[in-house]
Design a binder for this molecule. Structure first.
Ligand SMILES: [Zn+2]
Length: 250
């Protein structure tokens, strides 16, 4: 029980840190450039207002000084890793496997946050995801071959689709960042789930599009990164269920 509570706290704190990193990545500031401050009035955020989730709710999502809205992304980015980390701890305990998923969660969250706002996926996040995969695959003695096969199959398939769609639509359909993200997440879902991951990403993307489309958003402004990120986590979390389902036929 303590592990679950601690995981919840660690998740929300790291989530808060990732949000901060994303903000500074977008605005071009250094992560080391002083304490968090309000974007609207520049007031440094007080220590007692830096408690993840709790502070957001207590301040009703507004700056204490000027009342400018903080943005719901902050709250989502604290709750999502808190819930997932707690679930990993509940399901697998503090094992290397949980830590692998936790690390991936943070990378995918950063990808989603920046892609949703800037329609770009920084290469540094793709590289971080790949290096984290290599390290944890090696430590866990998992199959490198299955992962690489998954990454290459997805990357190649999506790249081919993009080339064809670009020809048909006569404009850029899928960004290079999306193709790289498919490769990176393909490593984690492995060849076993590559196809399912692709279908699920497309469905999630359409779902997000249909919700956001009503707000009159431009088609080109819609980011596919969050859909790929959600699909990856769903694939990895439903994996045990699938394995049980298919092995029941044997
Ligand atoms: Zn303010």
């Amino acid at each position: 029980m303590m592990q679950i509570i601690f995981s919840w706290i660690i998740g929300s704190v790291l989530g808060s840190f990732v949000t901060c990193w994303c903000d500074r990545q977008i605005s071009g500031q250094s992560i080391l450039s002083g304490r968090s401050h309000c974007d609207a009035c520049g007031q440094v955020v007080r220590w007692r207002d830096l408690i993840p989730i709790v502070s957001y709710i207590r301040l009703k999502g507004r700056c204490r000084d000027c009342g400018a809205p903080i943005g719901i992304t902050c709250l989502i980015n604290e709750i999502v890793p808190a819930v997932l980390f707690a679930y990993f701890a509940y399901k697998w305990g503090w094992q290397l496997w949980s830590i692998r998923l936790a690390g991936l969660t943070l990378v995918l969250m950063a990808v989603s946050t920046i892609d949703a706002r800037e329609q770009i996926i920084p290469d540094v996040l793709i590289v971080t995801g790949i290096l984290w995969w290599i390290l944890t695959t090696w430590l866990l003695h998992l199959s490198f071959l299955k992962g690489v096969a998954g990454g290459l199959a997805l990357g190649a398939l999506v790249w081919l689709t993009a080339v064809i769609m670009d020809r048909v639509l006569n404009r850029e359909s899928l960004g290079g960042g999306d193709i790289k993200l498919f490769f990176m997440t393909g490593l984690y879902v492995t060849i076993n789930f590559a196809f399912w991951h692709l279908i699920l990403s497309a469905c999630t993307g359409l779902l997000i599009y249909s919700i956001k489309g009503h707000k009159g958003q431009n088609e080109e402004e819609l980011a596919f990164g969050p859909a790929i990120a959600i699909s990856t986590m769903v694939c990895l979390l439903t994996e045990p269920i699938f394995v049980r389902f298919f092995s029941s036929f044997n």
